[in-house]
Design a protein around this ligand. Structure first.
Ligand SMILES: [Zn+2]
Length: 344
């Protein structure tokens, strides 16, 4: 906001407040697909408060508010006051990122009026397109009625609490499995499903990793062609406004191909490596990275170190090693014949 806006006729002063003439901006309502006349009707149904009385038109919004006695305020050409909350975003983004920003994110509830107002005031000021792409995310919902999870409704569960019992990657996978504009449905069943799906992908990874040991050198042209086809499908899905449902469908197809390949009589080493690399790269987009499993030799070396620590009566150290192994899914059992171990 500036005095320039006032000169251009977009802004006007009223008793120390400054308002924006929403109607003057021809594209007002375009982002949220609202018609100015309908907004007008909605706004005029509200009980007229002090602010509305000061506005020329009920759909106008504040750029600057005069300070009430005792309020924190800054000096301005219109007297002491504070910026309206929409203007803060326009000022920060144009100052730090330039007149046009490529991607602007935000919750769906901010599309109107907040983002609509950001566009109106920024474009009036700069004469340039404010944002190339708006990405509005859906809410996290909970329960059978898909109620929005919110602090005020008291129906929320914190990430902190969830990850006490659930692998954080499972929670991340659940959330990443929904296209960002859609509501994320949180439920125990959803978490279980995400866990099973991740497990399926990990099994495919392990199967191919295992076959690397006895693979023949070289590539398999037919499989490479299939891999390239899958990659094209994956990229096309993700380029379509991050259509993760379709993107993940390709990830599961890759897993199927990996399982089939791992079961084949002969396998080509380089192609197996390509499969592993593609799976890792695609999953990384969803924030998923499988832990590099400990090899048997690593486990045995750690068990020996633990036994040495126990022999030296360094129980703190031996417990530490046991916990470390447990965190990697390795369970120990001390028997009369020595320490046995298995994978969880
Ligand atoms: Zn904002």
């Amino acid at each position: 906001m500036s005095q320039t806006d006032q000169k251009k006729g977009y802004a006007y002063e009223a008793d120390g407040d400054v308002y924006y003439r929403a109607r003057k901006f021809a594209r007002y309502g375009e982002l949220s697909n609202k018609k100015v006349d309908e907004l007008e009707q909605g706004a005029s149904q509200h009980v007229a408060d002090e602010e509305t009385a000061r506005k020329e038109d009920p759909i106008d919004f504040a750029l600057w508010k005069a300070a009430k006695p005792g309020e924190i305020s800054w000096d301005s050409p219109w007297g002491a006051g504070r910026p309206g909350w929409h203007i803060e975003c326009s000022v920060m983004s144009t100052t730090l990122l330039g007149k046009t920003i490529d991607i602007h994110g935000g919750g769906q509830d901010l599309e109107f009026p907040h983002h609509e107002n950001e566009i109106a005031q920024s474009e009036a000021e700069t004469g340039q397109k404010f944002v190339n792409y708006w990405m509005h995310n859906g809410f996290v919902t909970i329960g059978e009625d898909d109620e929005k999870m919110s602090k005020s409704l008291g129906n929320f569960i914190t990430v902190h609490d969830i990850v006490k019992t659930v692998d954080p990657q499972v929670l991340r996978f659940l959330m990443a499995s929904t296209q960002y504009r859609r509501p994320i449905r949180y439920s125990e069943a959803g978490l279980k499903e995400a866990e099973r799906n991740l497990e399926r992908l990990k099994i495919a990874r392990d199967a191919v990793s295992y076959r690397l040991k006895n693979a023949a050198a070289g590539t398999d042209a037919a499989l490479e062609a299939k891999l390239n086809g899958l990659e094209n499908d994956f990229v096309a899905a993700m380029d379509d406004d991050i259509n993760v449902q379709n993107g993940l469908a390709v990830v599961y197809e890759l897993a199927k191909l990996m399982n089939e390949t791992a079961a084949a009589n002969t396998v080509a080493q380089t192609t197996l490596q390509h499969m592993l690399a593609k799976q890792a790269a695609w999953l990384a987009i969803f924030g998923i990275a499988f832990k590099q499993d400990l090899l048997d030799a690593d486990v045995e070396a750690l068990i020996k170190a633990r036994n040495d620590a126990r022999a030296a009566k360094d129980f703190a150290k031996s417990d530490e090693i046991r916990d470390e192994l447990q965190a990697q899914g390795i369970l120990l059992e001390d028997t009369a014949q020595g320490t046995r171990w298995r994978r969880k």
